[in-house]
Design a protein around this ligand. Structure first.
Ligand code: AMP
Length: 547
């Protein structure tokens, strides 16, 4: 017997229509590429998203055709989020920090028909447009009078000239909720990048889940600043969850540096921010010497890479801001776990609570996960046994775009799981902790050393800005860890002092064999440390002689 409830597909157009109808006067504020601040409301977003949909119809774009963006977090990008997906096309957000050749490759692979870009990226488009074989229409995300003459890009039109004259009425089409809505290519540190292709259903379910109290706890009372880019896994779904809840949305535009982020938080009364650790490192580095405090910020979600405990302590103890540690992946839309305490933990001493809060957190309903050994046997949830982390759920990939390789593994019960490539422990309360990427694991004398633990200790030293731990070949132990360190400006610490800092903080055999000081650590397009590149840079490095 089937249930007798209304069968309404979960579509992204419903989110923006709901926002328009039920919290239309909620604010959306953006710093523009031009440097000024733009303000409007959720009703304006809805109205202009309909204009975008009409403009796409005007170009005779077909159902599921791809519309690419190369853009910062801002209001026009938000309109494309709803106008493109809502009208049945697929929004393809491209990471502008990729190499231009890689951007051209991705554009061809996705078969993008339209490419909308912020003016910051005009030089990239000028360099690659002739190599983007499928793009028919180029849209510069600016006012008509800001479009420079003679760009060399054929049929270039300004965003406002393109959509500004369109009708503000648009009957959003109804279709299968499993229809593709947006796509995002993985970071692609090895081989060519692959695309996760999200659906209206997966995106809507993820938007609900992200707003839950034990997840990002997004409400109509919040003013939210996603510093995490809209080109990186849909800004962790925040644009959708804020439309759903009616939170005020604040976009930093191109200003990701500490000063710009701080000003945006203070000027707009931001209560809640989200981003990767490198962004918050820049913010804290700017605030401390200037003696600044937050007046409204209460919570920040930090994820995308391991959040060093020192950062969690700095936010909590120096600024009274709660840090929510999150783990996710492009292939998971991205949220997998978020770290919040359970009722029974509230009576624990603060130090005990902190031990839990440093972990990546508990699975969000919708995502199931387990850890397995090399033979595929599930490992106990005791917080000690570690294994490869597998995930499944309605917003986890089943296949990559164009079916490139089967991303799933089948377990002994015939269940299909996505191997995340992370190595983790899970404790009895379900708190998951990542110890490494499987390819970054260091094995010394048959025992695993967590590079994240070694990095976290180094970053806790007051003179250390960034640290990366990598394994070096060793004749006796197979591999030994070394730590590569960037010092804070004007700070001093010697190799011996830093190694002594490990005393009592980790087992003696896990203490790195050496410290290598560098000016910078290579970062990938999403701000994560590129250990592959670091290993290349250190290919001539020789470990110091040890007994
Ligand atoms: P991406 O698909 O580019 O977002 O990268 C996903 C990968 O980032 C994960 O598989 C993890 O290796 C890493 N990652 C994300 N969040 C965290 C976190 N909180 N702690 C440690 N690693 C993380």
């Amino acid at each position: 017997m089937l249930g007798l409830m209304q069968d309404q597909p979960l579509l992204i157009s419903n989110l923006i229509e709901f926002a328009d109808k039920h919290h239309g006067d909620g604010e959306v504020v953006s710093r523009r590429v031009e440097g000024d601040i733009h303000r409007y409301t959720w009703s304006d977003v809805a109205r202009r998203s309909r204009q975008v949909a009409n403009a796409l119809d005007g170009m005779k774009l077909g159902f599921s055709d791809r519309v690419a963006t190369l853009a910062w977090n801002g209001y026009r990008h938000l309109e494309l989020y709803f106008g493109v997906s809502g009208s049945g096309r697929v929004l393809h957000t491209i990471n502008p920090r990729l190499h231009p050749e890689q951007i051209a490759w991705i554009t061809n692979h996705a078969e993008d028909q339209v490419l909308c870009f912020d003016m910051t990226f005009l030089p990239i488009i000028q360099a690659i447009h002739s190599k983007c074989n499928t793009v028919q229409h180029w849209v510069a995300m600016c006012d008509a009078d800001k479009l420079p003459a003679d760009t060399g890009i054929p049929n270039l039109i300004s965003y406002e000239a393109w959509m500004g004259q369109q009708s503000t009425r648009y009957p959003w089409p109804m279709f299968d909720e499993n229809t593709a809505s947006s796509m995002c290519y993985t970071s692609g540190t090895t081989g060519n990048p692959k695309a996760a292709l999200y659906s209206h259903r997966s995106t809507t379910l993820h938007a609900y889940a992200a707003a839950l109290p034990d997840v990002m706890c997004i409400s109509a009372r919040d003013a939210i600043l996603p510093v995490v880019p809209m080109f990186h896994v849909n800004a962790w779904g925040i644009p959708y969850s804020t439309a759903l809840t009616g939170a005020k949305l604040v976009f930093p535009g191109p200003g990701m540096d500490g000063k710009s982020v701080y000003e945006m938080i203070e000027n707009e009364g931001v209560t809640y921010a989200a981003g990767v650790p490198t962004v918050w490192q820049m913010l804290l580095t700017y605030m401390k010497p200037n003696g600044l405090k937050f007046s409204t910020l209460k919570r920040t979600v930090i994820g995308g890479a391991a959040c060093p405990p020192a950062m969690i302590f700095a936010f909590r103890d120096d600024y009274g801001v709660e840090v929510l540690h999150a783990w996710g992946m492009t292939e998971l839309s991205p949220l997998g776990t978020l770290c919040t305490l359970k009722n029974k933990h509230l009576k624990l001493p603060k130090a005990e609570q902190m031990k839990l809060l440093l972990k990546q957190g508990r699975a969000i309903y919708g995502v199931d996960m387990k850890i397995v050994n090399d033979a595929g046997d599930e490992q106990p949830h005791d917080g000690k046994a570690y294994g490869d982390l597998l995930a499944k759920g309605p917003w986890v990939v089943a296949n990559y775009y164009k079916g490139e390789g089967d991303p799933l593994v089948t377990d002994k019960d015939g269940q299909r799981w996505f191997p995340t490539g992370d190595v983790a422990t899970i404790d009895a309360d379900g708190f998951m902790q990542i110890t490494d990427r499987s390819k970054d694991v260091i094995k010394s004398g048959g025992e695993w050393i967590s590079s994240i633990d070694i990095e976290n200790i180094a970053v806790a030293h007051p003179a250390v800005l960034m640290a990366a731990c990598i394994g070096m070949a060793h004749p006796k132990w197979d591999e030994r860890p070394i730590v590569v360190v960037v010092k804070k400006p004007d700070a001093q610490v010697s190799r011996e002092e830093l190694l002594a800092f490990y005393d009592g903080k980790t087992a003696k055999w896990q203490v790195p064999d050496d410290v290598v000081f560098v000016d910078s650590i290579p970062l990938g397009a999403t701000g994560k440390m590129l250990k592959t590149k670091l290993r290349e840079q250190l290919k001539d490095y020789v470990l110091p002689a040890t007994p």
